[in-house]
Ligand binder design. Structure first.
Ligand SMILES: [Zn+2]
Length: 872
């Protein structure tokens, strides 16, 4: 196959340049080589170019660039009537997202009818269709982690097999199935990886794991453009890749979905069943026990046939519904996870011998084909089961003690809409309240709160969104154990167990276009109450354009164009006379911002408040647009750095300068107002520490998360004390535990991801815009901070019994109770703001991201209380 490695030009190109005879030789030899390794004994349509012939190299000897991969799918759709090329949207880097259909020519001609009939399976009110004549719908997904490239490569071979194989079995399969192939779920990440391994490939290749080819730089190809893990985003639906995919998903509700991954180089291959104790209790056991087991027989046979080692049952999580392999389980289908030992490059030494990329590709391929076989064999069962799944959703919901959930903030339409948008994307039925509902001491207002009944086809997803389990079959969490979304969005919510709720028509996407009330022009000042999540976006738009804005540190009540109104801590004031532009331009700008962001401005004609501080008070401080720098690169968390970047791009519209750790030395820190240090390892040499200390002293705001908060304390940049998780217990008897339990016990003490209750000082500038002192925090680390020595400097304190949702070891929980969640330590003219946790978790925790935005904009507004005295 070595000769084919040289051919990196497209087939069209060498058609012109290379004599036909020679071309034919390459074509035939490549076709034979490929088909012998990947498809022994199969007959293919000779008029369709093999991937090798099309690409100019043998699949597995090079990593295929995404654009070439897209071209091959396009090519197949042009030469085969079994293929329909379609896209669902584009990624952040404008790569098309593919969802290419494979089926018999007759089915493809009738695709829309097939889809409409299939949808009756997810609608309990529809007449049950005759499943005997219906094709099963399968969706094969590869390479959600961009650096797990064998899946993407296997997708090309799977496509070739479906488009060109002439065996009777394949032709029959295409009659009985509609198969969608999404060759790469994360195209931006894949190309980052592909470029890396191709540019470092030796000729001959280097198998030494130390070679640069096998060790990517930061950020890895695993993540998308914003450094997010898209295999957590099926449920959270933060990113456009996921949103496009979910839109497609709910047009088709596939019965079978695959998710092809890679794991460590020394591992073999994994297929489901997964670990039984990590199954989702909301999913009918029929899925795990019956359906999965019947497919596993096909995987087993396929792997045995090529002599590949594999394992099952020992690991991997099906509990969290946001993986590509678990979301289908909660939609009446079945998802399959495949994990293949990674060559992470073209060839690598491993404990199992030399691991080649083509070997990894072949394992993925045979299990994709085994899935298709299993799907066709189970076709009628799968179709019937899907309808039973949705029927049983509605019937079990009717027996539920909880009748529905009410959710919504009357002060923050932005967070309301963010949650509603996500619910609608999952086809959850939501209704606006038509009159006020009082529940659990909370008031939910008509027009600003919403009702989600449990009796609906998406009952199980409704439970996933709203329930707060704290007990689990397992104590080792591979990832999060809590994902209650009203807590993440920081929205008031309650369960309703009885009574009726007056609601309007079912909510649609169109109804989410919220516009604030009109406000009057004034020659005096405008006010903006800070509860809306888009407040910082509005603020930044004003500051960027040179408007002067002040922030109030005390509450007041004043006459506005909409009547007398009380304003809380952190209200923004835009005086008219001090601006550089005319009163008309100010009004026009504010109207534009209101339309863009949905925030509600109020106008006032007087600075005299009926209660509290007046508008000319010294308690109003001038706000400056912060210039923010974030050190990134090796040693820092790419997820947390990506979340900071994503949140600022998408919710503030403010640029952030990202600087590699090894470039930080040449940066003049005094050019920046704020430094954000996410979880990571930072240098402790005196030169670096002195630089940071001097910068804070000169007025800089240093914002730290998790281990970075520990770093500022250990290196005396900030005052504080770390609470140790491990107890120094000398009195304990020497317990004896079996060796086998060691890993489990260590894992159980670590907080993989759970939600806790805490108290927020809403008078502190970091707490501006929070109407309620009670706040939910997401915790996925073991950083524990003691309360500050100064009574004013603990902005957030964990509750005494803080667990709200998820798993935490009881000993760990004791340590979290009454610890600090957010601390301030002043140094010279600057402040260090220390988060014990990550406030921007997965771009979904709008409930705590506002604390982070406050730290950026108002972190320099916090001064030690004794310095506030005024001289006469
Ligand atoms: Zn993966």
């Amino acid at each position: 196959m070595a000769k084919n490695q040289q051919l990196t030009l497209s087939s069209k190109f060498y058609m012109k340049k290379i004599p036909l005879l020679l071309f034919a030789f390459f074509l035939i030899s490549s076709l034979q080589a490929q088909n012998n390794y990947y498809f022994p004994g199969k007959k293919f349509n000779p008029n369709i170019l093999t991937p090798d012939a099309f690409l100019g190299y043998s699949v597995g000897t090079q990593h295929t660039r995404y654009d070439r991969l897209v071209s091959y799918f396009e090519y197949l759709s042009q030469v085969s009537d079994r293929v329909k090329f379609q896209t669902t949207g584009r990624t952040y880097e404008y790569r098309p997202q593919l969802m290419v259909a494979f089926s018999s020519p007759a089915n493809l001609a009738n695709l829309e009818n097939i889809r409409t009939r299939h949808l009756a399976l997810v609608d309990p009110t529809a007449k049950m269709p005759d499943v005997q004549s219906m094709p099963v719908v399968m969706q094969l997904g590869y390479n959600v982690h961009g650096n797990e490239a064998s899946g993407g490569e296997a997708s090309i071979l799977t496509a070739y097999y479906l488009a060109a194989c002439e065996d009777f079995e394949v032709q029959n399969t295409l009659k009985e199935a509609v198969i969608f192939i999404e060759p790469v779920i994360n195209p931006d990440g894949r190309d980052r990886f592909v470029n890396w391994v191709n540019m470092h490939k030796g000729m001959p290749p280097v198998a030494d794991p130390n070679d640069r080819e096998h060790n990517e730089v930061w950020p890895s190809g695993r993540v998308n453009h914003y450094w997010f893990d898209l295999n957590r985003d099926w449920f959270l639906a933060v990113h456009r890749e996921s949103r496009n995919r979910l839109n497609f998903y709910h047009q088709w509700y596939p019965n079978v979905v695959t998710d092809h991954h890679e794991m460590g180089t020394n591992s073999t291959h994994f297929f489901e069943p997964s670990k039984q104790s990590a199954e989702n209790p909301l999913v009918p056991s029929y899925v795990y026990r019956n359906l999965n087991d019947s497919f596993a027989k096909y995987f087993e046979e396929a792997m045995n046939q090529i002599g590949s080692l594999y394992y099952t049952k020992e690991s991997f999580d099906n509990l969290y519904p946001g993986y590509g392999s678990s979301y289908p389980d909660i939609q009446g289908g079945i998802g399959f996870l495949f994990e293949q030992g990674s060559s992470r490059g073209h060839v690598q030494d491993s404990q199992n011998g030399l691991l080649t990329f083509s070997f990894a590709v072949r394992n993925q391929l045979v299990n994709a084909i085994a899935t298709i076989k299993g799907g066709v064999a189970q076709r009628e069962n799968l179709l019937k089961f899907q309808r039973e799944f949705f029927d049983s959703a509605v019937s079990s919901a009717k027996k539920s003690a909880v009748k529905g959930y009410v959710v919504g903030s009357d002060q923050d339409e932005t967070r309301n809409r963010a949650l509603l948008n996500m619910l609608l994307l999952h086809r959850i039925e939501v209704y606006p309240l038509q009159s006020e509902v009082k529940q659990d001491g909370k008031i939910f207002k008509a027009g600003r709160a919403y009702y989600v009944p449990v009796a609906q086809p998406q009952y199980r997803l409704v439970q996933s969104v709203f329930e707060k389990p704290v007990t689990f079959a397992d104590s080792i969490f591979y990832d999060a154990s809590a994902w209650n979304l009203p807590l993440a969005y920081g929205l008031p919510h309650a369960e309703l167990k009885s009574g009726t709720v007056p609601t309007g028509d079912k909510l649609t996407f169109d109804a989410l276009n919220f516009q604030p009330k009109a406000f009057a022009q004034t020659k005096y000042a405008y006010l903006l109450s800070p509860e809306d999540f888009n407040t910082h976006m509005a603020l930044y738009q004003l500051l960027k354009d040179g408007f002067s804005v002040k922030v109030g540190q005390k509450p007041f009540r004043i006459e506005t164009d909409q009547g007398p109104k009380s304003f809380g801590y952190g209200t923004l004031l835009i005086p008219v006379q001090t601006q550089k532009v005319t009163s008309d331009s100010i009004f026009a700008k504010l109207k534009e911002i209101a339309a863009n962001t949905g925030v509600q401005f109020h106008s006032v004609k007087t600075g005299y408040s009926s209660e509290g501080v007046d508008l000319g008070s010294n308690n109003f401080g001038t706000v400056k647009a912060p210039k923010v720098l974030m050190p990134i690169g090796a040693g820092t968390s790419q997820y947390e750095a990506g979340e900071v970047w994503y949140m600022l791009d998408n919710y503030v519209g403010m640029p952030i300068t990202k600087v590699d750790m090894d470039q930080l030395g040449r940066v003049n820190l005094s050019d920046y107002d704020v430094l954000v240090m996410v979880n990571g390892q930072y240098p402790s040499d005196a030169k670096f520490l002195d630089k940071v200390k001097a910068w804070v002293e000169a007025g800089g705001t240093l914002v730290t998360f998790k281990s970075a908060s520990e770093w500022v304390i250990k290196n005396q940049i900030a005052k504080g004390k770390i609470r140790e998780l491990k107890e120094k217990d000398s009195t304990a008897t020497k317990a004896r535990i079996d060796y086998e339990k060691a890993a489990d016990n260590a894992g159980a003490r670590y907080t993989g991801g759970a939600i806790f209750s805490a108290d927020l000082d809403t008078t502190n500038p970091l707490g501006f815009g929070y109407p309620d002192r009670k706040i939910a925090l997401y915790r996925n680390s073991n950083t524990l901070l003691e309360l500050a020595e100064s009574p004013y400097n603990t902005v957030i304190k964990y509750a005494a019994a803080p667990l709200l949702n998820g798993y935490v070891h009881p000993k760990t929980l004791e340590k979290i109770a009454n610890s600090a969640g957010l601390l301030i330590s002043s140094r010279g003219r600057g402040n260090v703001i220390m988060f014990a946790d990550n406030p921007n978790f997965r771009g979904t925790w709008l409930g705590t991201s506002k604390l982070f935005f406050n730290a950026l904009f108002f972190g320099n507004k916090i001064s030690a209380p004794q310095q506030g005295n005024q001289e006469h």
